[in-house]
Ligand binder design. Structure first.
Ligand SMILES: Cc1cc2nc3c(=O)[nH]c(=O)nc-3n(C[C@H](O)[C@H](O)[C@H](O)COP(=O)(O)OP(=O)(O)OC[C@H]3O[C@@H](n4cnc5c(N)ncnc54)[C@H](O)[C@@H]3O)c2cc1C
Length: 310
């Protein structure tokens, strides 16, 4: 048994994927498109295959899948594992289509016999399943597995020079535009101040921005907010938005629908600010402040400023 892991450069979730992949047993190979360090050896990777090819730009889903396919032919793994990121799921989806194989997304546990436990329906249920097929394809649900090192050494680096068809390069990232909220990325922020319908308007987010600034936090929101056009979709937290796992998540005027909780339940501490003490969000919160967020949020900011100036 050997296992091949797709590693996205700089992506912490890839380290979580490697950690789960170890449970499959056997030597670990990793593929990375772009620069990646030999420190992956500390996570148990024995051989790191790198592709350095300008044609791939920052990301090219079909081309990444083609690279995986060529490496599969070379190392003959029993399983291919990736992080359950947008990219990881997309690339393994391509690979599954190219090889006509089943693919299990969002796994949290795997057995060498192909049995998996995976997160379904936005986190509201766990499914026990078995992946059929000689080559098992799976992604690892974000923030459900701890990234842990082993007594590994330094990974041996080998270069892969892929043979790519024009069709593999039709979709690729050629430019990266910074969003206005860039600076602290929502997915990686240690503190997230998030707003829902209760914020009332796009302008209402001004007070959340202010609090976020004081806490060195990112601003997030619910889908109602993005649907209303108050915030861009990149700010949305949830099943169809970004999944976050900050130390602190402050939910202001968010009811706590399952699809929203799917995106924030990895937070270590949740504070809910809501004027309805029966809101479902409170069942997920460690602390709750019941009342009008338009009074509470500015009061927290004022208190932070007062404490810091003293
Ligand atoms: C397929 C699918 C995918 C979805 N994906 C997502 C997703 O990724 N993310 C997501 O968020 N949703 C998602 N949704 C939508 C989700 O079901 C909810 O509709 C949405 O999360 C509700 O947003 P909300 O909490 O802002 O609004 P509401 O449910 O309307 O809640 C507003 C809350 O604000 C409180 N409130 C109102 N005024 C104040 C005030 N002045 N002070 C304090 N509190 C106040 C209210 O008591 C209430 O609890 C999805 C839905 C579907 C069907």
């Amino acid at each position: 048994m050997s296992v091949l892991v797709l590693v996205e450069p700089g992506e912490e979730l890839s380290l979580q994927a490697i950690s789960l992949a170890r449970d499959l047993g056997g030597p670990l190979h990793a593929l990375t498109v772009g620069e990646a360090g030999t420190e992956l050896g500390a996570y148990g990777v024995e051989t790191l295959h790198t592709v350095l090819d300008d044609r791939l730009g920052a990301y090219a889903p079909a081309a990444w899948a083609a690279c995986l396919e060529q490496l599969i032919d070379r190392v003959q793994p029993d399983a291919v594992v990736a992080a359950g990121t947008n990219r990881g799921n997309e690339v393994l989806g391509h690979l599954a289509a190219r090889r006509d194989l089943p693919f299990a997304a969002n796994c949290i546990a795997v057995g060498s016999d192909g049995s998996v436990t995976r997160v379904r329906w936005g986190g509201s249920l766990l499914e026990e399943a078995r992946i059929h097929g000689d080559l098992k394809l799976l992604t690892v649900a974000p923030h459900m597995v701890e990234a842990s090192t082993v007594n590994g050494g330094t990974a041996t680096v080998e270069t892969l020079e892929p043979d790519l068809a024009d069709a593999d390069l039709v979709v690729r990232v050629v430019e990266h535009a910074e969003t206005p909220t860039a600076g602290i990325s929502l997915a990686e922020a240690k503190v997230v101040v998030s707003g829902g319908r209760g914020v009332g308007s796009a302008d209402g987010f001004g007070m959340l921005e202010e609090l976020a600034g004081l806490l060195n936090a990112a601003v997030g929101c619910s889908r109602v907010v993005t649907m209303a056009g108050w915030r861009p979709h990149t700010d949305q937290v949830g099943q169809t938005g970004t999944k976050v796992a900050p130390d602190l998540y402050i939910a202001c005027g968010i009811s706590g629908a399952t699809q929203h909780i799917a995106g924030c339940k990895g937070a270590k501490t949740i504070v809910a600010i809501n004027d309805d003490e029966g809101a479902p969000m409170l069942a997920h919160a460690d602390y709750a402040v019941i009342g009008d967020l338009h009074a509470i949020v500015p009061a927290i900011s004022a208190e932070l400023r007062r404490v810091r100036s003293g």
